[in-house]
Design a protein around this ligand. Structure first.
Ligand SMILES: [Zn+2]
Ligand SMILES: [Zn+2]
Length: 398
């Protein structure tokens, strides 16, 4: 039998083609119709011995049952990747650049999908050695915090069975071929919020006849920015960013409504509740003092991502075996980013694997940026880490 490394080498060209195809045809969250059909077709053509089921409209659940089950009782583990893209216009001159104007894989979910597919190919090859069952989740809608919940609410999936779950994400601040793992809390809890300010609009020359939501929005944002700096302990961590503000149509019409949207990041429920209460209090106060109606709404939430130390150890051993100790980095500080993988991690002991995606010596880019790119080496690093984790979990000699 081939080693994992050799097997990956043999299918690498095919996987690069898949990645480029996915990158060229990005789809927005919960609308991954072509992506799901493409993956399903590739599964039918190249992988035997699996069960495939749709979850919601665009999610795919694949089951691979190992055939060495006499060794231990049957365990289930989950490997998960996300598939959605972002509303960004790609600014890269690549032969496989996005063909869908205004939509781009700027968070590397095309790479994650390809890594999970490659991992499935590897593990199917090693099926005779695996004493358990592996579920592969091709998940939609991570960016809108809906995809993980669509799996968790599917009655066909028995979530009392899995003993471990591993997710994968590219990391732009790490060189391709390197892997970063972290025990405990590694990413923040996320709340998305929307605040609407309303008042009777009117002519810009007669503000006395209106209640101006534009100037109220300016006051409100300035006051809300004191919550983290003045009301949150300097030893605690939180971010409150307002990233969208819309209102008005012309220079001389005071509009009836301005809408502000933002994101709140916290690590504990206590800090989260305190900040939410402060936001509501400041909205009430500003509404009272300026005479506009202000309605804050907390729309979507994902919890902080907490990695199980024992499961992280298993992943660490696999990475050392396949990629070498030099290519394993242990994260020490959590980041303020959020992930809906945290919904799985709340229920099942987890590891979130960061696969380096920066070309060694290449330019540093950020996620969610029009110049975002991933190095081809991310595929190999991710596949070895994820398939190695599964084999190490099942104590397969590899
Ligand atoms: Zn993202
Ligand atoms: Zn992402």
């Amino acid at each position: 039998m081939n080693s994992i490394e050799e097997f990956e080498k043999n299918i690498h060209g095919e996987l690069v083609k898949m990645w480029h195809e996915l990158h060229a045809h990005p789809e927005l969250s919960m609308q991954e119709f072509q992506t799901a059909a493409y993956i399903e077709d590739a599964l039918h053509r190249t992988v035997k011995n699996i069960d495939i089921k749709r979850v919601g409209k665009t999610g795919i659940w694949v089951q691979l049952r190992g055939t060495a089950r006499d060794k231990t009782e049957e365990d289930v583990i989950i490997l998960r990747a996300d598939m959605d893209a972002l509303p960004i216009n790609e600014n890269n001159d690549l032969p496989y650049r996005s063909q869908n104007p205004g939509i781009m894989h700027a968070c590397g979910h095309d790479v994650h999908t390809t890594i999970l597919f490659g991992t499935l190919r590897v593990l199917e090859h090693f099926r005779d050695t695996i004493p358990g069952t592996i579920w592969f989740f091709f998940q939609p809608g991570e960016e809108v915090l809906e995809g993980a919940l669509s799996f968790l609410s599917d009655p066909a999936i028995d979530f009392s069975r899995p003993r471990a779950v591993a997710g994968i994400h590219q990391g732009t601040n790490l060189e391709a071929g390197k892997i970063r793992l972290m025990k405990g809390v590694s990413l923040a809890g996320t709340d998305s919020l929307r605040i609407s300010l309303r008042g009777p609009g009117g002519h810009g020359s007669a503000p006395q006849n209106t209640r101006d939501p534009v100037s109220a929005a300016a006051y409100l944002i300035a006051q809300l920015q004191t919550i983290v700096s003045r009301e949150t302990s300097p030893l605690d961590s939180a971010v409150l960013s307002f990233c969208s503000i819309h209102g008005g149509s012309r220079d001389n019409i005071i509009p009836e409504e301005v809408v502000i949207e933002g994101t709140l990041r916290t690590f504990t429920q206590k800090t989260r509740t305190n900040i939410q209460e402060s936001i509501c209090r400041i909205c009430r106060g500003t509404a009272e003092s300026l005479g506009v109606k202000i309605e804050p709404e907390f729309l979507k939430h994902s919890p902080p991502l907490n990695n199980d130390p024992a499961i992280v150890e298993i992943a660490g051993r696999a990475v050392q075996k396949l990629l070498g100790a030099d290519n394993l980095e242990i994260g020490e500080k959590p980041r303020m980013g959020g992930e809906d993988f945290a919904f799985f991690a709340e229920k099942i002991p987890s590891v979130f694997i960061i696969a380096g995606s920066r070309t060694p010596g290449g330019k540093q880019v950020n996620n969610h940026q029009a110049e975002f790119y991933t190095d081809e080496g991310t595929l190999r690093g991710g596949i070895l880490a994820l398939s190695g984790f599964a084999l190490e979990y099942f104590k397969v000699d590899f």
